[in-house]
Design a protein around this ligand. Structure first.
Ligand code: PLP
Length: 399
């Protein structure tokens, strides 16, 4: 048999989805499984978006323009303007989710052997996007003890090599819920300028900042305008993961020109989906504000529940809809399987995302888990109670 390419082995199986067979088996045995592992919003997609889809006067579904349908680019520009972020329609390319935007961007700025700095724990798919683009992800490790903040600029500086091309920052962060401070963003900006780097800003959770805070978008750093590529998406803010619509935006004309060639190579993004999200892009702030309040209530339930578990000092997520937590457990991967195979409390169990998969550095995160806030606050509180009983009973509990 011919052997597969070396690259084929670089793409890891999703650490978030690999517990699915155990979860299905638990359900088949009558256990109610509460899924805390996947960031798939549970609330309905806005009815205006569905109504828009039904009302589209489409008679022929031809290829859309590679750069995106003009009205859709205008709607993205209006959306950014509502956040005081200035991108003209011709500085925006519509993509198939933020996923495609990140994959293109990594190829453009560092493809074929370049390095990109990333804070770990990080969104797991970054590693697969990087593998596709032949980019090496260089991690700057954030620690739960520091609430997953980094503060000192030296941590960043020490990771820069002659091959470093960019810094990738997810703000607010998946998986940690960190909202970076202005000082941290300034540190990133300083390193970018000092070392002539691009900054890739993944702001798909921009709306979801808790405790009355707001996210400082990187786009506020005007002096960095030509270095910044923003990637964005409707998936999370509008409960619309399945429409697969995102975008990339930059003031750097060369970036947009090259990115357009990537867009041309994949021809176009789905026509109906580009059009159906327009009303929400133009007028969706109130909708996502309601979601923010709901996620904050869920975050509170998770934090309160975790604080009741002996040996856990919970991290208070500042945004997005995730929390990363250290448990007094030897291996959270084994624990997550045990929860589904051998444990239930009052007929229920939980499916967790083990922390290891969110780290670039091997061996880190073995005693951490990510919790996604995908049920109402009451269910999240119940799930944390199930976790409490599980931690107390688990044979691999640390002393
Ligand atoms: C940080 C982050 N960036 C990008 C994505 C991908 O978004 P999309 O659905 O737009 O491809 C996700 C999805 O979970 C994410 O969490």
């Amino acid at each position: 048999m011919p052997v597969l390419s070396e690259k084929s082995s670089l793409l890891q199986a999703s650490p978030i989805r690999k517990l699915a067979p155990h979860a299905r088996a638990a359900e088949a045995n009558g256990t109610n499984v509460i899924y805390l592992n996947i960031g798939q919003p549970d609330m309905p997609t806005p009815p205006e978006m569905i109504a828009q889809l039904h009302g589209l006067p489409l008679t022929r579904l031809a290829y859309a323009p590679s750069e995106g349908i003009a009205e859709a680019r205008e709607a993205w520009s209006a959306f950014f303007r509502s956040w005081d972020i200035d991108y003209a329609p011709d500085q925006i390319l519509v993509t198939s989710g933020a996923s495609e935007a990140i994959t293109f961007t990594l190829s453009i700025v560092a493809g074929g052997g370049g390095e990109v700095l990333v804070f770990e724990p990080c969104y797991t798919n970054y590693l697969s996007f990087a593998a596709q683009a032949d980019v090496k992800m260089v991690p700057i490790t954030l620690r739960v003890e520091d609430e997953y903040h980094f503060e000192e600029i030296e941590r960043l500086r020490a990771c820069v090599t002659p091959k470093t091309k960019a810094i990738l920052l997810c703000n607010p962060s998946n998986p940690t819920g960190t909202v970076y401070t202005h000082a941290e963003l300034e540190a990133v900006a300083k390193i970018a300028v000092e070392n002539d780097l691009f900054v890739i800003c993944d702001e798909v959770y921009r709306e979801f900042v808790f405790d009355g805070g707001t996210v400082r978008s990187f786009t506020e750093f005007n002096e960095l305008a030509d270095r910044i590529i923003v990637v964005d998406s409707v998936s999370k803010r509008f409960n619309a993961c399945g429409v697969r619509i995102g975008c990339m935006a930059s003031h750097n004309k060369e970036i947009i020109d090259v990115a357009l060639r990537f867009c041309q190579a994949r021809l176009s993004v789905a026509t109906a989906e580009q059009l159906m999200v327009i009303p929400l892009l133009e007028n969706g702030r109130e909708y996502s504000e309601r979601l923010r309040g709901e996620y904050e209530a869920r975050r509170d339930a998770v934090f309160t529940g975790l604080a009741k578990i002996g040996g856990v000092s919970p991290h208070r997520s500042e945004g997005s809809f995730y929390s990363m937590t250290r448990l007094p457990i030897d291996s959270c991967e084994d624990f997550a399987v045990w929860l589904l195979k051998d444990f239930s409390y009052e007929g229920e169990s939980i499916c967790l995302a083990p922390g290891e998969g969110f780290y670039v550095t091997e061996g880190l995160g073995v005693d951490e888990v990510r919790v996604a806030f995908m049920y109402d606050a009451e269910t999240m509180a119940r799930a944390m109670n199930v976790l409490k009983h599980a931690v107390e009973q688990y044979p691999g509990r640390k002393a």
